[in-house]
Design a protein around this ligand. Structure first.
Ligand SMILES: O=C[C@H](O)COP(=O)(O)O
Ligand SMILES: CC(=O)C(=O)O
Length: 215
């Protein structure tokens, strides 16, 4: 997932009927990975609908407890994301054979991640924690760890993260703002997605790094 697309939209869905047009809008902008959060009642149904959209890899976000891992796997989630580290969520994901990206906010979380044999995490909330400097500091003792920063990232700051070798992708909600979805402004979603992918490509090229397959 982390190598597929350098920018992963994080979606808070209010209406499950918006899931498929949203997915189509993202694909049109060159984004083929999306995280649907369980923050709303519509999340699970939206995940189920979007999972059937050809060419889109759909994951579940805001997975807080192990039973939600079962729910999202049954709804077709291709990966699971949590805002923090839960050993029980990680273990359930392993039992269900679904890739999991636990959230970390510091070295103690990363110690637990290493103990569980994982080497890919979400850094959350990346901006308030201190931005790219935090990735650099954490990557030093945890060499080999790959980070997907999220939280407070903007089109203007994402390049500073993507320029770092341990950062294959960033995630955020700016491409799929809740109001855009409510107003069904799909062309704007496509434009923001295309802009994000183009910026990611530029930053990667400037820093001599390869982008994901679709970029
Ligand atoms: O997990 C994702 C975050 O909620 C995304 O953060 P953001 O809304 O600041 O982009
Ligand atoms: C913030 C986050 O990681 C999530 O909602 O999954």
């Amino acid at each position: 997932m982390l190598d597929r697309c350098p920018v992963v939209p994080v979606v808070v869905l209010d209406d499950p009927a918006h899931a498929v047009p949203l997915g189509e809008a993202l694909l049109a902008g060159g984004i083929d990975v999306v995280e649907i959060t369980l923050r709303t009642a519509a999340g699970l149904e939206g995940l189920r609908a979007l999972g059937k959209l050809e060419g889109m890899l759909v994951g579940a976000g805001t997975v807080l407890v192990p039973d939600q891992v079962d729910e999202v796997v049954e709804a077709g989630a291709g990966f699971v994301v949590s805002p923090g580290f839960s050993a029980r969520v990680v273990d359930r994901a392993a039992e269900r054979d679904v890739p999991v990206l636990p959230g970390v906010s510091g070295a103690t979380d990363l110690m637990a991640v290493v103990e569980h044999g994982l080497s890919e995490v979400k850094l959350f909330p990346a901006g308030p924690l201190g931005g790219p400097a935090v990735v650099k500091a954490l990557a030093s003792p945890f060499s080999g760890m790959r980070f997907m920063p999220s939280g407070g990232i903007t089109p203007d700051t994402m390049g500073d993260y993507l320029a770092l070798p341990p950062v294959p992708a960033v995630s955020g909600s700016w491409m799929v703002e809740r109001t855009l979805l409510a107003e069904q402004r799909w062309a704007e979603v496509t434009a923001r997605a295309a802009n994000a992918v183009a910026r990611a490509r530029r930053w990667r090229e400037a820093s001599g790094r390869r982008t994901g397959s679709r970029t």
